[in-house]
Design a protein around this ligand. Structure first.
Ligand SMILES: C[S@@+](CC[C@H](N)C(=O)[O-])C[C@H]1O[C@@H](n2cnc3c(N)ncnc32)[C@H](O)[C@@H]1O
Length: 236
């Protein structure tokens, strides 16, 4: 897959191809840590298929995935769309570059940034009863943060909605996913990888995937937490 796939959002294509963006003061910044082209493809495909209108991501950085969400939501939108992001470091660490890119694309009115730690923002969203159709977890990859993201994301995800984890082979994130696989089968269904597969991927990637090497995994919500107080614990 090449960058022409990103023609649905020329700004995102330019960012991915040049490896550069602008911060809010107009300085050129080098891009790093942006979601992979394949993650962006999966996010886009899920939106095109499911036609959601409200999405959330934890971890905004330069706004790569946010632009993919917003540009694709716009395509499928009937009654309006909104994307929210949580990131404590957008101003301090990233110079507001995602906010600028989103504004340059004309999406400011469809976007909310919560500039604080997800562990503090998600409980507030939970109390407000706001619900999302897709949640992309790509913030702090430290186990305890990723676990808290999972815990609250499940509570603000609508029934039938999708929860995605980036870097699911990272040992911290992988541990959270193992917990979900072993203990949350009643509430979350893992999405079949074949549904998310890129038909044009290389042989090396195919072999890697067969060996369990993956960047992204996803779950569909089929039940509501909390679980019963005496639910058996499955070791993992
Ligand atoms: C891998 S980057 C996100 C990349 C982004 N999704 C994209 O595709 O361009 C991880 C982001 O998580 C943010 N982050 C780190 N700790 C966080 C926390 N506790 N809560 C929310 N975001 C956090 C970082 O500031 C960084 O922007």
């Amino acid at each position: 897959m090449d960058a022409t796939y990103l023609d649905f959002c020329p700004k995102l294509r330019k960012m991915m191809e040049s490896g550069k963006s602008l911060d809010l003061s107009g300085n050129v910044v080098q891009i790093g840590g942006i979601s992979t082209l394949n993650n962006i493809r999966i996010i886009r495909e899920l939106i095109l298929r499911g036609r959601p209108s409200r999405t959330l991501e934890i971890g905004l950085a330069f706004g790569g995935s946010a632009l993919a969400f917003l540009a694709t939501l716009k395509e499928v939108s009937v009654d309006g769309f909104h994307h929210s992001a949580i990131d404590p470091f957008q101003s301090k660490g990233w110079g507001g570059s995602a906010v600028r890119a989103i504004s340059d694309c004309g999406f400011s009115g469809n976007f909310t940034l919560h500039e604080d730690y997800s562990s503090l923002v998600l409980p507030e969203i939970c109390r407000s009863n706001e619900q999302f159709d897709i949640i992309y977890i790509d913030g702090s990859h430290v186990f305890e943060d990723a676990f808290i993201d999972f815990y609250y994301a499940l509570r603000v995800l609508r029934l039938g909605g999708i929860m995605l984890f980036d870097d699911c082979c990272d040992p911290h994130v992988c541990k959270v996913i193992k917990f979900i696989r072993t203990n949350y089968g009643q509430i979350l269904n893992e999405i079949d990888y074949r549904v998310l597969e890129n038909p044009h991927k290389s042989l090396k990637k195919r072999v890697g995937n067969l060996l369990g090497v993956r960047q992204l995994c996803g779950f569909t919500k089929k039940g509501e937490p909390p679980r019963d107080w005496n639910v058996p614990f499955v070791n993992f």
